[in-house]
Design a binder for this molecule. Structure first.
Ligand code: SF4
Length: 327
C-alpha cells in the first residue's frame, strides 16, 4: 500500500463507512455463475458484456481467460457464453443459437421480471412506454421484443415527441435501476398525457437501487467534508450516487481504487488545517468487491490518524439462487 509523502501525516481523518455497500443479489448471482462456469468448462469462456461494471473485476477475470465481447462476429462457433446480469434480448439470443453457442443466463431475476411484463403486455396488444437512462442496455434489449410497440423515453422532451395514436391500450414500464425519485416527475407528466395508462408496479424497481439512494439521505445528515464513492466510471449507478450528493452540495469523488486517491490531491485541506478533523463518508455501489474498500481504508490508515465508524443504513438479505443450466 503506497504512502503519500505529500500528505500532512498528523491530519485527523474521521471515516464514516456505509455498511450497505457490497454486491446486490443480482451481481452476486452473476459472479457466482461465472466462478462455477470457470470450474466446470474449458476456457476461454465468453461473456456478452462486462459481467458487472467494475474495472477490477473485469481485469481479474480477463487473466483467467474470460473474454468480454458483445460482437458475436468475434466469438467462435460452439463456444460457451454467459449472458450478463442486465439481460439480453431475443434477437441477440437468436444469433447466438445460429452459431451453435451454448449459453448460461446470468440475468438478474428483477430485470427478467420487467422483461416478462413487457412480453405479457405485448401479447395483450398493449403499446408500452418504457423509461430508461439513455444508453443503458437493459432498455435496448427490452426494445428488441417489439421495436414498433416499445417506446423508450428518458425525459419530458422525449415524451412530448411521442405519438401513440391508434393504440387504445398503453402500459408504462421502467428500467429496474431507476429509483422512484428519478422517475416521479416524468411519470406524473406521462399520466397527464395518458390518464388511462397502466402504471408499473412499485416492486419492479430494484431494491438495491432504492436502498442505496435512500441511504444517501441519511448520509447527508452528517457534517461532511468529502464523500468517496468507490466504483467504476462506466457504472451508471455509481455516477448517479455522485450526482445525487453533488446536488446536496457535498464534494464527492468517484474512484476505481486507492490508486486514484494516491494520484490526485483529493483531501480538502489547506495550510493551517493540520489539526482540523476531516469527515469523510466512504461508500460503494453494488458492483464493487470488498477488497477495493479495504484497500482504500488501508490507504487512510497508513497515511493519516484515522478513526473509522461503521454506519448502518438499511439491511439487505436478498439472495438469488444460481445454477449452471446450459441453453
Ligand atoms: S442492481 Fe438491481 S437489477 Fe441490477 S443486478 Fe443488482 S439487484 Fe439486479
Amino acid at each position: 500500500m503506497p504512502k503519500n509523502n505529500n500528505k500532512i501525516l498528523k491530519m485527523n481523518i474521521k471515516i464514516y463507512l456505509a455498511e450497505l455497500r457490497w454486491y446486490c443479489a443480482g451481481v452476486h448471482r452473476a459472479i457466482d455463475i461465472l466462478n462455477k462456469a470457470i470450474e466446470q468448462f474449458p476456457t476461454p469462456i465468453y461473456v456478452n458484456h462486462e459481467i458487472i461494471h467494475n474495472k477490477y473485476i473485469i481485469n481479474y477475470y480477463e487473466k483467467k481467460w474470460i473474454i468480454f465481447w458483445e460482437d458475436l462476429k468475434n466469438i467462435p462457433e460452439n463456444s460457451i457464453m454467459i449472458m450478463s446480469a442486465h439481460w439480453v434480448g431475443p434477437e441477440y439470443i437468436k444469433k447466438v443459437k445460429e452459431k451453435n453457442i451454448k449459453y448460461i443466463d446470468a440475468s438478474c431475476p428483477l430485470v427478467v421480471k420487467v422483461h416478462n411484463e413487457a412480453k405479457k403486455f405485448l401479447s395483450e396488444w398493449y403499446e408500452i412506454i418504457y423509461i430508461w437512462k439513455k444508453g443503458h442496455q437493459e432498455a435496448e434489449w427490452v426494445k428488441e421484443e417489439d421495436k414498433n410497440k416499445i417506446n423508450i423515453i428518458s425525459n419530458i422532451e422525449d415524451l412530448n415527441n411521442l405519438s401513440t395514436e391508434g393504440f387504445s391500450s398503453l402500459a408504462l414500464l421502467t428500467q429496474t435501476t431507476l429509483s422512484v425519485n428519478e422517475t416521479k416527475d416524468l411519470i406524473s407528466k406521462i399520466t397527464e398525457k395518458y390518464p388511462e395508462i397502466i402504471l408499473p408496479k412499485a416492486k419492479d424497481i430494484c431494491y438495491a437501487t432504492t436502498n442505496r439512494q435512500e441511504a444517501v439521505e441519511k448520509i447527508c445528515e452528517k457534517q461532511l467534508d468529502l464523500l468517496i464513492i468507490i466504483g467504476s466510471k462506466n457504472s451508471s449507478n455509481s455516477t448517479k450516487l455522485k450526482e445525487i450528493w453533488e446536488k446536496k452540495w457535498i464534494k464527492s469523488i468517484l474512484i476505481d481504487s486507492s490508486e486514484d486517491i494516491f494520484n490526485s490531491p483529493i483531501i480538502p485541506f489547506h495550510k493551517g488545517d493540520e489539526h482540523k478533523k476531516i469527515n469523510i463518508w466512504i461508500s460503494s455501489w453494488a458492483s464493487v468487491p470488498e477488497i477495493l474498500v479495504k484497500e482504500v481504508l488501508d490507504f487512510f490508515k497508513n497515511n493519516y490518524n484515522t478513526e473509522i465508524e461503521i454506519v448502518k443504513t438499511i439491511e439487505e438479505n436478498i439472495i438469488f439462487p444460481s445454477n449452471l443450466e446450459l441453453k
